[in-house]
Write a new protein. Structure first.
Ligand SMILES: Nc1nc2c(ncn2[C@@H]2O[C@H](COP(=O)(O)OP(=O)(O)OP(=O)(O)O)[C@@H](O)[C@H]2O)c(=O)[nH]1
Ligand SMILES: [Mg+2]
Length: 314
């Protein structure tokens, strides 16, 4: 497991660089291939022309029948060659197109576990990967491991447990945001009333980021600790977050418009002129209820079926 975590971290630390490198190569490859194609076309046309001149010279000494026969072959050869070129061009375009498509979708295979401190990310991470209960401590660095989803396709994602502490998470989110296929945002439903403002600020900072807005990773809000009797329901958490994000959007846009100069890297959350709702985000949003601890803690299973189903649909 340690090895896996270590290796996955190494893989991912270079991913944005790798992604841009591949894209660069793909771009240059396309130009290179088109260059070859044009060069080949020129060579063939020249050869064709040479042949013609040569044959034309011969024409004077040969019979008219032979002459028309050679011309006929030349015509068909040209059609044949043009056919080959069109086919080649199609192959090149297909390779470049699918290369780009494959590159970008393959690069985004990370599922980020985000949320405030103590919301239960590390316990959820362990439950999803190993199924067992562990005693956790405050995370100070990210952990990652390959998670095989419980779908028929059996897709695998790299699950990344990001520490909740603000001074640690900002840099880590920055590192992985471009490769996120989904964000599982873990909320401690038992203290949600106290946390609502911080949760909204964290969500706001992620979903107004221009790279996140462009990639639109799926958002699963995991309302955790449902085993605690005071826990708020997923529905209530959704309503209160929508209200809080609406207020936050008003204050933030007012603050932004009061600033001088352009503000980079930030997009508008939701739809202008309408109260904020999660359905306005450009990605799939789901609220699920779960308990990473489960009713029997060490001895029992977690209650994370809804989360597993959600991950299977990614
Ligand atoms: N009752 C209950 N406790 C839970 C649940 N999930 C996690 N906990 C407990 O909450 C505490 C914090 O859990 P962690 O998984 O360490 O929290 P975290 O989100 O990783 O916290 P940071 O690493 O500081 O960001 C631990 O004592 C867990 O046992 C749950 O579903 N129910
Ligand atoms: Mg943790």
């Amino acid at each position: 497991m340690d090895d896996k975590i270590h290796l996955d971290l190494e893989d991912f630390s270079s991913e944005p660089f790798l992604e841009s490198f591949i894209k660069q190569i793909q771009k240059e490859e396309a130009v290179f291939l088109i260059g070859i194609f044009v060069a080949l076309l020129l060579v063939i046309l020249t050869v064709d022309m040479d042949d013609k001149i040569h044959l034309d010279l011969e024409d004077f000494s040969s019979e008219p029948f032979l002459d028309s026969f050679i011309k006929q072959i030349q015509k068909e050869e040209a059609v044949f060659l043009i056919g080959i070129f069109v086919a080649l061009l199609l192959v090149i375009l297909t390779v470049v197109f699918f290369g780009n498509f494959w590159g970008s979708s393959k690069a985004r295979n990370a599922v980020l576990l985000l949320g405030l401190c103590d919301s239960g990310k590390t316990l959820l991470f362990t439950r999803l990967l190993l199924g067992k209960f562990v005693r956790t401590q405050m995370s100070i660095t990210e952990s990652s491991a390959t998670y095989k989803s419980k779908s028929d396709r059996g897709s695998s994602w790299t699950l990344i447990d990001v520490p909740g502490h603000e001074s640690l998470r900002v840099q880590i989110v920055e590192k992985y945001k471009a490769v996120a296929r989904a964000v599982v945002f873990v909320v401690d439903s038992s203290v949600f009333q106290k946390d609502v403002r911080d949760v909204a600020e964290f969500l706001y900072s992620i979903f107004t980021d221009s790279i996140v807005a462009k990639n639109a990773p799926a958002l699963v809000i995991a309302c955790n600790k449902q085993d605690v009797s005071m826990a708020k329901s997923g529905k209530l958490i959704q309503q209160q977050l929508e209200k809080e994000l609406n207020t936050l959007r008003l204050t933030r846009s007012a603050a932004l418009s009061a600033q001088d100069g352009p503000v980079g890297g930030s997009v508008y959350l939701g739809k202008r002129g309408k109260d904020f709702e999660f359905s306005q985000l450009p990605c799939r949003v789901e609220f699920i209820e779960c308990s990473a601890r489960g009713s029997k803690a060490e001895d029992g299973d977690a209650d994370i079926d809804a989360l597993e189903k959600s991950l299977a649909r990614l």
